[in-house]
Design a binder for this molecule. Structure first.
Ligand code: PGA
Length: 255
C-alpha cells in the first residue's frame, strides 16, 4: 500500500476562455478554502498559464492549487515553431506537465521515445512529468494491456535512470477516455499493480511514485477507484471543467 499524498489533477484539454477560466477558478476557490487532504492540480492550455498564475496569486484560497501544462517540447529552445519549452513552462509557474497523453500519441503521432525525451527535459528543468500510458480497446481485447503499458513505461524508465523516482504515472485506458466507460476499480488496480512492480524493479523508491487513474473518473465513481491500494490519485478530463464535480472528486480522497 502506497503512502504518499494523493494527487487530483484536472486536464482541461483544449477548453476554456479568459471568462470561463475565471468563473471556474472562482467556484473552485470556494471549495478549496479549507485545505484538502490531497494535492490539487489543474493542467491548462498554454496560453492561459499566465492568467491562472495571476488568479492564484490574487486569491489565498487558491494558493495550494498547483499549475501544470498539457505538453512540452522535447527540445530546449530554438527554431521549433509552435513549440513550448520546459523552461517557459517553469517561468510561468508550472510544477507539472502531462507527457504522452493518448490524444498526443494518437493525433500527433508521439512515439514512446519522444514521450521519454519529453519526460527527461521536464525532469531536467525541475518540472514533474505526468507520464500517461494506456491500451486501446483493440489491444485490451487482444489481451495485450500489460505488454502495451509496460512497453510505454519502459521507454521512460530507460531514458531517465534513477530520476524515475521523480515522475508521476497516469494509467489511462484509451477506451475509457471521454467515453463515460470507466475501468472497474479491480481492472484499474490490476494494471496499477503491474506498473508498480515495473517501477519497483527500476528504483527502490517506487512506493513514493504516484500512479494516477484517468478515464471518465467522475464524482460517482471516484471513491471506489481512489480507495484501491495502488491508485494514488486521478487525472480528470471532462469532470474537471465542472467545479462541483471536480470538488466532489477531491472530497472523495481519503488519507
Ligand atoms: P476524461 O479524460 O476524464 O474526460 O475521460 C481523462 C484524460 O484524458 O485525461
Amino acid at each position: 500500500m502506497s503512502k504518499m499524498k494523493k494527487l487530483i489533477a484536472g486536464n482541461w484539454k483544449m477548453n476554456g476562455s479568459l471568462a470561463a477560466n475565471e468563473a471556474l477558478l472562482r467556484e473552485l476557490s470556494q471549495g478549496l478554502a479549507i485545505a484538502p487532504v490531497c494535492e490539487v492540480l489543474v493542467c491548462v492550455p498554454a496560453p492561459y498559464l499566465a492568467q491562472i498564475s495571476a488568479l492564484k496569486a490574487g486569491c489565498a484560497a487558491l494558493s495550494a492549487l498547483e499549475l501544470g501544462a498539457q505538453d512540452v517540447s522535447a527540445q530546449a529552445s530554438g527554431a521549433y515553431t509552435g513549440e513550448v519549452s520546459a523552461a517557459m513552462l517553469k517561468d510561468m509557474g508550472c510544477r507539472y506537465v502531462i507527457v504522452g497523453h493518448s490524444e498526443r500519441r494518437q493525433y500527433h503521432f508521439e512515439t514512446d521515445a519522444l514521450v521519454a525525451d519529453k519526460a527527461k527535459v521536464a525532469l531536467a528543468t525541475g518540472i514533474t512529468p505526468i507520464v500517461c500510458v494506456g491500451e486501446t480497446l483493440a489491444e485490451r481485447e487482444a489481451g495485450r494491456t500489460e505488454e502495451v503499458v509496460k512497453r510505454q513505461l519502459a521507454a521512460v524508465i530507460h531514458a531517465n535512470g534513477h530520476c524515475i523516482s521523480e515522475i508521476v504515472v497516469a494509467y489511462e485506458p484509451v477506451w475509457a477516455i471521454g467515453t463515460g466507460k470507466t475501468a472497474s476499480p479491480e481492472e484499474a488496480q490490476a494494471v496499477h499493480a503491474v506498473l508498480r512492480a515495473q517501477l519497483k524493479a527500476a528504483t527502490d523508491k517506487a512506493e513514493r511514485i504516484r500512479i494516477l487513474y484517468g478515464g471518465s473518473m467522475n464524482a460517482a465513481n471516484a471513491e471506489s477507484l481512489l480507495t484501491q491500494p495502488d491508485i494514488d490519485g486521478g487525472l480528470i478530463g471532462g469532470a474537471s471543467l465542472k467545479a462541483p464535480d471536480f470538488l466532489k472528486i477531491i472530497a472523495a480522497v481519503q488519507v
